[in-house]
Write a protein that binds this ligand. Structure first.
Ligand code: C5P
Length: 411
């Protein structure tokens, strides 16, 4: 059951950490690959050397390796894992998880993890029974975290009561049950909805993403804060449903999505050419890129020298790629745009919908917490000529799934 599964074992500062070595050994002997993250305090309870030996992997504690500066990417770890198991989970760590505090690698990885998460609490009986701990555990449960109940018995404090971390073999059984349940759910959803996964097979889509770069001279440029995350998530969601995707990407700092052809461009003009060339072969296009509206009239061939006074740079308008594709759109093609507004949001978005001949527009508001450029979450509304649907705060990949659902409704 655990063969080939990727498990992150998180260890927090609790005396029960001594059981984590046995737990890790059981997981490894059941065929799982285990990477261990420890909080700084956990190292006082069990040594990294012990955990590295039983897990057969280096231990992760810090955001980067202090010796060589190598970055421990919590995002990559979160993507790697099939399950994030935190055992023992202290009251402190659970409280931070419940409120989204991310002040160590174990917690940032929790916030990045897309996989199932389980915690095995361990603490003194009064801490466990405290209303705050119970409230945090209820919150975690509501957030979809599996709680592996502690047992009752002798506690490190000398008291007797509930709070002992579940025994390693019971935690392994709980982990197996979590995998069995998620496999059953995946099978059931395939049976219920077999066409959902590959519903876009044979369809071709163009997606733009990221920021364009408008050169001023050989070393300077004009650009913006777009991370490209939203566009990359849309490209990935389309590809997951079987579509052939060409992603025309401006500057981003993220990895290429799987199964997608990427065409890298720099300026708005290059992005325009790449899109116009390809659009006629497409069933649709999603314009997520943050394209510069203006570009320098002349690009200096040598680095501009500073003088005594101020200077200004003459700018000219760039071409509107979405509007150009909108004017060329034929029957059966779907065109989706984005709008990022700071005022008169709906009115401006509705104007763009008509002006650019879009089928629908995704409105992001920069004013709302959790929405915008660099984060992994977004709050958007999907607006077409008939309706406006407001989506709550969710991950950019979930927003992408909603966008692709709506695209399908137009095909
Ligand atoms: O007009 P505005 O820039 O606000 O419109 C945003 C939408 O138009 C986005 O979908 C963006 O990708 C697209 N756009 C474009 N080419 C431009 C400017 C914006 O494709 N030059």
């Amino acid at each position: 059951m655990l063969k080939g599964k990727h498990i992150i074992l998180g260890i927090t500062g609790s005396i029960a950490a001594y059981k984590s070595a046995v737990l890790c050994r059981l997981l490894v002997s059941a065929g799982a690959e285990v990477k261990v993250i420890m909080t700084p305090l956990a190292k006082q309870f069990i040594t990294p050397l012990t955990m590295a030996t039983v897990s057969k992997n280096p231990i992760l504690v810090d955001f980067f390796n202090p010796e060589n500066g190598e970055w421990n990417s919590h995002v990559k770890l979160g993507e790697w894992a099939d399950l994030y198991l935190i055992a023992p989970a202290s009251a402190n760590t659970m409280a931070k998880m419940a409120t989204g505090v991310a002040d160590n690698l174990l917690l940032t990885t929790y916030l990045s993890a897309r996989c199932a998460v389980a915690v095995a609490p361990a603490m003194d009986l009064d801490m466990y029974a405290h209303v705050a701990t119970q409230r945090n555990m209820a919150q975690l449960k509501q957030d979809g975290v599996h709680i592996i109940e502690p047992g009752s018995g002798f506690l490190a404090s000398g008291l007797i009561g509930k709070g002992r971390m579940a025994e390693p073999q019971d935690i392994v059984a709980a982990v197996e049950a979590i995998f069995a349940q998620s496999e059953k759910c995946a099978e059931a959803s395939e049976i219920e909805n077999p066409e959902k996964k590959k519903s876009l097979e044979g369809k071709r889509f163009l997606v733009t993403a990221g920021a364009t770069i408008e050169p001023i001279d050989p070393v300077r440029f004009i650009s913006n804060h777009s991370s490209g995350k939203m566009g990359y998530a849309v490209a990935e969601a389309l590809a997951k449903r079987g579509a052939e995707v060409t992603l025309v990407s401006g500057r981003t700092a993220i990895d290429k999505p799987q199964g997608v052809e990427v065409v890298n461009v720099l300026s708005a003009e290059e992005m325009y050419k790449a899109c116009v060339e390809r659009f006629s072969e497409m069933d649709g296009a999603v314009m997520c890129a943050a394209v510069a509206d203006y570009t320098p009239q002349v690009v200096a061939t040598e680095k501009l020298k500073k003088g005594e006074g101020d200077m200004s740079i003459a700018l000219k308008r760039t071409k509107d790629i979405a509007a150009e594709l909108g004017s060329k759109k034929r029957e059966g093609q779907v065109l989706v745009g984005f709008a990022m507004e700071t005022e008169n949001e709906e009115q401006n978005a509705a104007g763009k919908l008509v002006r650019k001949n879009l089928d629908f527009i995704v409105l992001n508001s920069l004013r709302r917490e959790g929405a915008g450029f660099r984060g992994d979450t977004n709050i958007v509304s999907l607006i077409d000529s008939r309706e406006k649907v407001d989506l709550p705060l969710m991950s950019k990949s979930d927003v992408a799934e909603h966008i692709v659902d709506k695209i399908e409704s137009f095909l």
